[in-house]
Design a protein around this ligand. Structure first.
Ligand code: AMP
Length: 307
């Protein structure tokens, strides 16, 4: 990490997840959009985390996050249970089936940013109630870049607030199904154009193992998925992608087209590691050398000559 890396502020869910895939299952394991995104971003840039956990949240998990040098001043501990998500995947690992979403302590959470966080230049609004994402945006002063993510649950249950968030963001991230749901268009390029017209200058559509697309008013970029042969649990892929993306932009303090393309490859690499094991296990044992190796492999896999 370079000493001049810009810090990244991340707000979103911290969770205990119960997940079943065709390759195994895990109960009440550490998860949540903000956890995956923060740990992933921490390989590139200092991270300031905003969120809430319940009194059942293990101190070992707090220590694991702190060990990645994530600033936890903005993490509240409230009476009650930590947010819980339960779901399963069938052989199509791109499709998560939710069986339970328990908001628990998130129901009464009001983010209150520590003064030291309010000038953070890079902000990532990870998946959580869009009203909370808006409250964080109201508290930061002139960030250089705001990226946001959402999911079907909030598009269905809080569509107007999701639209308000999009209108205030520079980069919108979503998966293919969410882009279709939000825009009412089946073609992904048309869906991306629709989302661009809602406010963000850049739309990034994640297509699971098939990679990611970036669309802006004057540019287009497509990245393949990293060709992994063994995926155990796709949970957190999108959040790890987002963490790598915003972490890279903060590290190089740039938001131009070339920086965005590199950032998408960083995101692709981080997602590829996250899915190799359940929960954040693979991310917690990842090294910067492994990240660099996959980044270079992706350059080789996508380079071709002119005619
Ligand atoms: P991803 O697989 O990257 O889309 O995100 C998975 C993470 O999102 C899981 O660890 C869940 O805890 C978290 N999650 C699931 N549903 C929600 C929700 N409605 N709001 C916020 N986070 C959620």
């Amino acid at each position: 990490m370079s000493l001049s890396s810009g810090p990244v502020l991340i707000v979103g869910s911290l969770a205990y997840d119960s997940v079943r895939t065709p390759f195994g299952e895990a109960t009440d394991v550490l998860g949540g959009a903000a956890c995956y995104a923060s740990v992933s971003a921490s390989f590139f840039s200092p991270v300031r985390l905003v969120g809430v956990v319940g009194d059942d949240f293990s101190y070992d998990h707090v220590a694991q996050l702190a060990h990645r040098d994530i600033d936890l001043q903005g993490l509240q501990r409230a009476p009650g249970k930590t947010f819980r998500w339960a779901g399963y995947y069938e052989y199509d690992l791109n499709q998560a089936h939710t069986t339970a979403t328990e908001l628990n302590v998130f129901q009464h959470f009001r983010p209150d940013l520590p003064e030291a966080y309010r000038d953070t230049p890079y902000v990532f609004l990870a998946n959580i109630d869009p009203a909370l994402q808006l409250s964080v945006l109201d508290q930061v002063r002139r960030p250089k870049l705001v990226a946001c993510d959402t999911m079907n649950f909030w598009i269905e249950n809080a569509r107007d607030k999701v639209l308000e968030v999009l209108a205030r963001c520079d980069i919108a991230l979503m998966n293919d199904a969410e882009a279709r749901q939000l825009s009412g268009r089946s073609n992904l390029i048309a869906a991306a154009r629709h989302v661009l017209n809602l406010g963000p200058g850049v739309v990034i559509i994640k297509k699971g193992e098939h990679g990611a697309l970036m669309v802006s008013h004057n540019s287009y970029f497509a990245a393949p998925g990293y060709p992994l042969e063994e995926v155990r649990d796709p949970t957190g892929a999108g959040d790890s992608f987002a963490g790598g993306l915003i972490g890279h932009l903060a590290r190089c303090r740039a938001t131009d087209d070339q920086a965005l393309r590199r950032a998408i490859i960083c995101g692709t690499v981080m997602a590829s590691f996250a899915v190799e094991d359940f929960s954040l296990r693979r991310l917690f044992r990842l090294t910067p050398e492994e990240i660099a190796e996959r980044y270079h492999e992706l350059i080789t896999f996508t380079r071709f000559e002119g005619l």
